[in-house]
Design a protein around this ligand. Structure first.
Ligand code: ATP
Ligand code: MG
Length: 418
């Protein structure tokens, strides 16, 4: 019997593959774990959706949440559990609910990051409500769409202000495109954003706690090929800018797990999409990078559960604003923001925890990702997504890409990428 049991909950939707891998490796890596002179059992289960009393106790120490975007019951249960039961959840549900993509642009502009010129448009049409006509008649100013287009300069992108997985995103090359796209946008509120085109690099940086992974990304490729497999394509300084950028964004918004799309043009990295607080976690898109995500998720969740780390429930932006208002060069300023991030994420304590308590994770992961159990998990995910005649071919493709990861990176371990 362990001296202490901590509980991790997985709040899941259509996730298939990553929880299987996570649960298996969690059980393995925490065998015989001790912390603070006590033996600790780390239990894990999937959170169910059911009626609950606000007085209901919560058994979990940490919940990894994938549902909050979509299910009000799960979201409200999570909020109750944080407020009343001291639960640690990633990601912060209030921040997720209220900080849209548009707000993330505003905030990072305020911190001086090179966000491309961005506008917001009132929607083309409205759902009818009692006060609508009077409000619009009094306050909605007629505007010249073409004039807005000229001010931004072509080409630019039109996209919903709240994000949404490429839905409603279009590249606008001239005024005719603009009029057509606006007509089609209906009741959606849209941002228009100057295109960073052409660019030298397109990188998606995934952040999980202080751990980051910079992935070369090709948005034009089919879904299964967007995450490229080359890893040493960035200079040390570029990698460091991307790390500091995603950590700044994530600590500002209280997102432990988020990804940031950044495009490099003329030596400058422009973040263009970084409110993705339920990032891609599927083997069918991450493939080669999938083991990194599983390991990062294990490290961060185990650390938070076992050390009883407190969740930061509110967002405190003032320290970032104080730095923004100092007379600093952009790179120096970014480093100062990243220092806040490391402090808030307790990077040093986390690093030591990983080294002393989870050092054998790399080896366990290396074994597991070559196993039949893993192959079966890939097969299950592929079966859910692909037509039946492609299931074997794509299972093989994704499994083999992970074998490539084992050869190239798995054996030496990644120490978390932080
Ligand atoms: N300013 C820009 N410059 C160049 N390309 C852009 C720009 N904005 C968007 N794009 C292209 O359009 C794609 C989709 O846009 P974006 O990433 O902003 O929306 P999204 O992925 O739907 O949003 P979310 O990830 O929040 O659901 C990007 O991956 C990129 O290829
Ligand atoms: Mg995107």
């Amino acid at each position: 019997m362990a001296d202490r049991t901590v509980n991790i909950g997985l709040s899941l939707g259509a996730d298939i593959c990553w929880p299987i891998c996570y649960e298996h490796l969690l059980a393995e890596v925490t065998k015989g774990l001790t912390y603070d002179g006590q033996s600790v059992n780390v239990a894990c289960e999937r959170v169910t959706i059911e009626p609950f009393s606000l007085h209901q106790p919560v058994k979990y120490d940490v919940v990894i949440d994938r549902l909050t975007h979509w299910y009000s019951t799960s979201r409200e249960w999570i909020k109750k559990a944080i407020v009343l039961n001291d639960l640690y959840v990633y990601n912060n549900p209030w921040s997720l609910q209220s900080n849209e993509k548009h707000t993330s642009y505003c905030a990072m502009l305020r911190l001086g990051l090179p966000i491309p010129e961005t506008w917001m448009l009132p929607p083309k049409s409205y759902d009818v409500t009692d006060d609508l006509e009077e409000t619009l008649r009094k306050y909605a100013k007629l505007f010249d769409l073409a004039e807005v287009g000229d001010k931004i300069g072509y080409p630019f992108f039109m996209k919903p202000y709240h994000g949404g997985g490429w839905k409603g995103v279009s590249k606008i090359s001239n005024v005719d495109d603009l009029r057509r796209a606006y007509d089609e946008s209906g009741t959606e509120v849209m941002n228009l954003q100057a295109a960073v085109l052409p660019h030298d690099y397109f990188v998606r940086t995934v952040g999980l706690g202080p751990q980051t992974r910079k992935v070369n990304y090709d948005p034009g490729a089919p879904l299964h090929d967007r995450y490229r497999m080359n890893v040493d394509f960035l200079s040390e300084e570029d990698a460091s800018v991307l790390e500091d950028t995603v950590l700044t964004i994530n600590s500002f918004f209280g997102w432990d797990f988020n990804s940031c799309e950044t495009l490099k043009r003329d030596g400058i990295w422009h973040p263009i999409d970084f409110a993705n607080a339920c990032p891609d976690s599927q083997v069918t898109s991450l493939h080669y990078h999938f083991p990194w995500l599983i390991k990062a998720n294990l490290r961060w969740s185990i650390f938070n559960a076992v050390t009883d780390r407190k969740m930061r429930k509110t967002l405190d932006w003032e320290p970032f604003y104080e730095i923004a208002d100092k007379d600093l060069a952009p790179r120096e300023r970014l480093s100062e923001y990243a220092k806040i991030a490391h402090e808030r994420m307790e990077t040093e304590k986390f690093r030591e925890f990983c080294q002393t308590k989870l050092g054998h994770l790399d080896e366990l992961a290396y074994e597991f990702f070559g196993s039949d159990k893993f192959r079966d998990a890939v097969h299950q995910k592929v079966t859910a997504l692909f037509p039946s005649h492609e299931i074997e071919e794509f299972t093989e493709l994704f499994f083999n890409r992970v074998q490539k990861w084992r050869e190239q990176e798995g054996q030496r371990g990644d120490e978390g990428g932080f």
